[in-house]
Write a protein that binds this ligand. Structure first.
Ligand code: OKP
Ligand code: ZN
Length: 343
């Protein structure tokens, strides 16, 4: 399986993540990539390939133009306003407030376009997010060109980014853009399977009213886990999208038995839906020792999960999302790929 990866991810490395009332070194840090790259080499995968430039044309079909412009200019505007630190949202639009006028002041714009203040924007964030998207797009092009599957080793991740808000370590929704590209390329129906521990609220948001893209996710119960306000089982889609959104919610301490049952449920739905292409939001934070998650998957379980996903038999782009048990992220991620490949 080919892997697409850009070194530009290093341009995004905020000094701080707001956690427990303090600033800590972000869980979502550059070293994550090193462990995955070294495991890919160890297991004899072909050398990673650098993507070309990101193409924002497909992104513009599903993302808000003002939001894209904001991401591109936020750092410079923040600095021009005399702010000394990284771009951090101190507040967010709340219930019963006005959301119909976008603030002029950069501080207000940041609050408008952010949904989770743990996530900082730095000087290189936009370039890193663009190059992360470029890797996803190169993987999609490889699969559209006839490869059975390709791996987009994306950083920063994307599945929490909505059409007009960033947060949860995510800026541009890589998986959603890949799904849209499969549609543009002629696939009548596309499925996004999200196995990251956290609900992919951004991807759900983007396709919620669409019947042509199925979103299926297995994640920690939002009553107990980020993103808290989305990901419940009764969110099934709206309008044309009714029935094309599937949330499998599991509680603290869930092990591979029930997790795999949920996976099979998602797979059955993907088959019934008649998807012609598959995008996997591949997070490995369902791992037992993940520092911010509460499932109990073990490393060999990821091999089995990969096998089940591979047996669906669809052209597939696997897009990297989360995973913060950094020492094991390489083994767990590559296990999914190897399971997939020998399905
Ligand atoms: C991104 B992805 C830890 C709370 C962290 C944000 C989690 C983002 C996860 N104190 N909240 O889905 O792996
Ligand atoms: Zn996650």
């Amino acid at each position: 399986m080919r892997t697409f990866f850009s070194e530009d991810h290093r341009l995004h490395f905020p000094k701080g993540e707001l956690s427990g009332g303090r600033f800590i070194t972000p869980h979502e840090r550059p070293a994550r990539m090193e462990f995955i790259l070294s495991r890919l080499r160890e297991r004899g995968f072909p050398p990673v390939e650098a993507p070309g430039e990101a193409d924002l044309t497909p992104a513009r079909r599903i993302l808000d133009e003002g939001f894209l412009h904001f991401l591109e200019t936020a750092w410079d505007e923040w600095k021009a306003a005399g702010m000394e630190g990284e771009v951090i949202a101190a507040g967010m639009p709340t219930r019963r407030q006005r959301h119909d006028r976008i603030p002029r002041h950069i501080d207000g714009k940041v609050e408008y376009y952010c949904h989770a203040s743990e996530t900082a924007i730095t000087r290189g964030t936009w370039q890193a997010a663009l190059s992360s998207l470029a890797s996803a797009q190169a993987a999609q092009a490889a699969v559209a060109g006839g490869e059975r599957a390709a791996f987009a080793l994306c950083r920063p991740p994307g599945h929490h980014a909505t059409r007009d808000q960033y947060g949860g370590y995510c800026f541009l929704n890589n998986a959603a853009v890949v799904a849209e590209m499969f549609r543009m390329g002629g696939a009548a129906r596309v499925a996004v399977l999200d196995i990251d521990f956290h609900h992919g609220n951004g991807t759900q948001d983007i396709f919620y009213r669409r019947g042509d893209v199925l979103f299926a996710s297995i994640h920690g119960d939002p009553l107990d886990a980020y993103p808290y306000f989305a990901g419940f089982a009764d969110e099934t889609g709206e309008g044309e999208g009714e029935g094309a959104n599937l949330n499998c919610v599991l509680g603290p301490g869930t092990g591979y038995g029930p997790w795999a049952e949920a996976l099979d449920h998602c797979i059955a739905r993907i088959r019934d839906f008649g998807a012609e292409a598959l995008v996997v939001s591949l997070g490995v934070d369902a791992y037992k020792n993940d520092p911010i998650s509460f499932f109990r998957l073990d490393s060999p379980d990821f091999l089995d999960a990969g096998r089940r996903i591979g047996r669906i038999g669809l052209p597939t782009v696997l897009v990297m999302e989360g995973g913060y048990a950094i020492e094991q992220i390489g083994v767990n991620t590559v296990n999914v790929l190897e399971g997939f490949a020998d399905a």
